[in-house]
Design a protein around this ligand. Structure first.
Ligand code: HEC
Length: 406
């Protein structure tokens, strides 16, 4: 366990103060970049501090590729980013865990054949001082997304398009940095009932001003910060795709959004204006999705009700339609999704908490899948919990009851 002196200095900056949250989130960014820009974000070469990756992210059809370890992540719908973005795109990403987070991952995986799923559940869980960040890259470029001019580019071995599976094979493509996500286990967030602070940044290459290579990561502009789901606020709107301006909901107390329209490209954000990034869905939010992190992943990452609503064509006459307002927001599952839950608490009965880390949930799921395939009947009988496939768009393969009774 790292010494308390390793807790980053920004743990002294108030993240919930209207005038200071930007200072906090920019300090988080600097902490993540320090020593990493120099080594092109190759974590093991950093000389400033230790950063780690999640084990088992190489497994299965979405597994990480060989150039930079980017794992297949999410689809970007047509018009999700800009009015010019006619084609769907895909996102590949890589997560970095600081030494506090690394401690917990070490506890979970110290016996590599028998991970301890309880390492992320109360009374354990990621310790105070944990900082996790993720760089997200897309195959969209400046022809459709103006702010991807002067890109920060990585080669990656990816499926030609999102819908291609294993059998299509992969191709080498240039992928461009579009978003950075952070999550911080900050004890001052305990009073909001969560214990975590989420933040996100959007790339804006128009601010490049001569930067080259990995220095361009500094073109990431804060979108906002979120430390709770504002369960009291039922303002029911969705900023439809394509976003042409960032709509700020002034009633939110646990999300704060960057008001600087010169710096920040138009954002759709999440439901009711809660924080979500450019490649995330506009009917969810960082914290609501991450609060479902559990093993096995019984809860859908987005409840079905978040897709029930009024749609309109994305443009007059277009066959692509987009959600503009939800109609089932009083449903229990929807309300639960926007309730604050404390770190280390499972979302569904019969599961173990992954403490807001969806990569932990994936890693444990992938490991069990592998173990089931390789040790077959024996393991299957011995082990009471099988993984459920994770779905960003709501549908579930099996219920937790079915799985637990298997
Ligand atoms: C609809 C669900 C969903 C939403 C919304 C979402 N994420 Fe995630 N996030 C995931 C999944 C799934 C993973 C794990 C796989 C991966 O890395 O893509 C993940 C991974 C991460 C990680 C890597 C750490 C970890 O172990 O989970 C961070 C940090 C992160 N997200 C932050 C954010 C932030 C900040 C936002 C809002 C701007 C956000 N996420 C919105 C689903 C979501």
């Amino acid at each position: 366990m790292p010494d308390e002196s390793k807790i980053p200095d920004f743990f002294n900056i108030p993240f919930d103060d209207d005038d200071r949250w930007m200072e906090y989130i920019n300090a988080v960014r600097d902490y993540c970049f320090e020593g990493m820009i120099d080594v092109d974000f190759v974590a093991q070469e950093s000389e400033v501090r230790e950063w780690y990756h999640m084990p088992w992210m190489h497994w299965g059809p979405q597994g990480s590729e060989g150039f930079n370890g980017l794992a297949k992540e999410a689809q970007i719908s047509p018009y999700q980013l800009t009015p010019e973005q006619k084609n769907p795109h895909q996102t590949y990403a890589l997560g970095y865990y600081n030494e506090f987070a690394g401690y917990t991952l070490g506890q979970m995986w110290k016996d590599a054949d028998n991970p301890d799923a309880y390492a992320t559940q109360n009374p354990k869980g990621f310790p105070v001082g944990t900082v996790i960040y993720k760089l997200l890259y897309t195959d969209a470029d400046e022809t459709e997304v103006d702010y991807l001019v002067n890109p920060m580019t990585r080669k990656a071995y990816v499926t030609p398009t999102w819908n291609d599976g294993q059998d299509t094979g992969r191709v080498v493509k240039d992928m461009h940095l579009i978003q950075m996500d952070v999550m911080i286990r900050d004890p001052r967030a305990d009073k909001y009932g969560t214990g975590w602070v989420f933040g996100t940044f959007c790339y804006n290459g128009k601010l490049n001003n001569g930067k080259t290579g990995s220095m361009r990561a500094q073109n990431l502009v804060p979108v906002g910060i979120q430390f709770g789901n504002d369960e009291q606020d039922t303002t029911n709107f969705i900023n439809p795709y394509p976003p042409t301006e960032t709509i700020v909901n002034p009633n939110l107390k646990e999300t704060k959004i960057n008001p600087n329209k010169e710096e920040l490209p138009p954002q759709h954000l999440g439901w009711g204006g809660r924080l979500d990034g450019p490649v995330d869905l506009n009917n969810a939010s960082c914290m609501s999705c991450h609060s479902t992190a559990e093993y096995p992943q019984a809860a859908a990452l987005v409840p079905a009700e978040a897709f029930e609503g009024i749609k309109k064509p994305v443009k007059p006459g277009s066959k692509d339609s987009v959600l503009v307002k939800l109609t089932n927001t009083e449903a229990a599952a929807f309300k639960k999704y926007f309730t604050n839950i404390r770190c280390g608490t499972p979302y569904s009965e019969g599961t173990t908490s992954c403490d807001f880390s969806l990569q932990v949930s994936l890693a444990l799921g992938y490991f069990t899948e592998w173990k089931n395939d390789n040790v077959e009947g024996y393991w299957y009988k011995e082990y009471e919990r099988s993984p459920l496939e994770m779905h960003r768009k709501g549908e579930l393969k099996a219920s937790v009851d079915e799985t637990l009774n298997k």
